[in-house]
Design a protein around this ligand. Structure first.
Ligand code: 6PG
Length: 257
C-alpha cells in the first residue's frame, strides 16, 4: 500500500482490489477497536453500490469478523434507494447478504432506513430522527459526528446519492434528504454534506480502470463543481482508498512500477 499526503486528503493506493479491501478492512477494525477500548461506540455509515460489497464480505470472514467489536458498532447507511429492503437494488439488502447474516451484531445497532419504498420524504425525516436519537443529538443546531463515513464515487462524480445539479448540493440544514434522481429514474434517501462533512473520518473507496478519469478530475481539478468535490471534512480527515487502476490518472502519484 502506497500513501501520498496531499494538502486536503491522504491517498492510500493498493496494488490491486485484493490488497485494497484487506487494507481497508484492517483499518476499520483498528478504528472500531480503538473506539470500543475508549468505552464508546464506533459509528459508521456504509456506502452502497457494487464496490464495497467485497469489503463487507471480507469483514464477515473468519480472521476478520471476530476482531470487530460488533456490540459497540452503530451501523448506518449513507444513502439508500427508495425500494423495498428485499429488492436487488437495496443497499440494505446488499449489506444483509454480504455481512449482517454472518456476524453477531445486536439488531438494535443496525439502523437501516424505514419506509423508504412507501414515502421517501417521510423516510428521510425518520432517518434523520433516528440518527439524532442514536447520537443523543436532538438539538437541531448540533450535527452528529460519525467516526467513519464510507463513500463511493460515481462515473459523473456523484457520491452517496448526491448527483450533479442535485438540490442536496445547496442544503445546509437537513442531515438527511430524499431526492429524485432523474438519471436513474428513482428516488433516493441520502446524507447531506452537513452530516458527511462533520465526520471524524471520511473514506472514499474507489477501484478499477473505469474510475481513473473521474478520480483524477475530483482530486486534481481543484474546484467545487462535482458533488464529490463538496466532501470537505470540517474537523476530520479525508482519505481515498484506491487501487492502482483507479489512481492511474493522478499526477501526484509517482508510484514505483
Ligand atoms: C449507491 C451509492 C453510490 C455508489 C456509487 C459508486 O447507492 O449506489 O451509494 O454513491 O457509491 O454510485 O457505485 P459502484 O461502487 O457500483 O461503482
Amino acid at each position: 500500500m502506497d500513501t501520498v499526503n496531499l494538502e486536503h486528503c491522504k491517498l492510500n493506493i493498493a496494488a490491486d482490489k485484493e490488497e485494497l479491501k484487506k487494507a481497508l478492512a484492517e483499518r476499520i477494525i483498528t478504528m472500531a477497536q480503538q473506539a470500543a477500548a475508549s468505552g464508546g461506540n464506533f459509528t459508521i455509515a456504509l456506502s452502497g453500490g457494487s464496490t464495497p460489497a467485497a469489503l463487507y464480505d471480507l469483514l464477515a470472514q473468519p480472521g476478520y469478523k471476530e476482531r470487530m467489536p460488533w456490540k459497540q458498532v452503530q451501523m448506518f447507511w449513507g444513502d439508500e434507494r427508495c425500494v423495498p429492503h428485499d429488492s436487488p437494488e437495496s443497499n440494505y439488502r446488499m449489506v444483509e447478504e454480504k455481512l449482517l447474516c454472518k456476524i453477531e451484531i445486536p439488531r438494535e445497532n443496525v439502523h437501516p432506513t424505514v419506509g423508504q419504498d412507501e414515502n421517501c420524504r417521510r423516510s428521510a425525516d425518520l432517518y434523520e430522527a433516528s440518527i439524532r436519537n442514536v447520537f443523543s443529538s436532538s438539538e437541531e443546531t448540533r450535527t452528529p459526528q460519525f467516526d467513519l463515513i464510507l463513500l463511493g464515487l460515481g462515473p459523473e462524480g456523484h457520491t452517496a446519492s448526491i448527483f450533479p445539479e442535485s438540490p442536496v448540493l445547496q442544503e445546509k440544514q437537513r442531515l438527511v434528504m430524499s431526492v429524485w434522481v432523474e438519471k436513474l429514474k428513482m428516488h433516493r434517501v441520502t446524507f447531506t454534506f452537513r452530516l458527511i462533512n462533520n465526520a471524524r473520518h471520511i473514506f472514499f473507496l474507489v477501484e478499477g480502470d473505469s474510475k481513473k478519469d473521474i478520480v483524477k478530475q475530483v482530486i486534481e481539478s481543484g474546484n467545487e463543481v462535482l458533488p464529490a468535490q463538496f466532501v470537505k471534512p470540517q474537523h476530520g480527515q479525508l482519505e481515498w482508498y484506491l487501487d492502482r487502476a483507479a489512481a492511474a490518472g493522478l499526477n501526484c502519484t509517482t508510484l514505483p512500477v
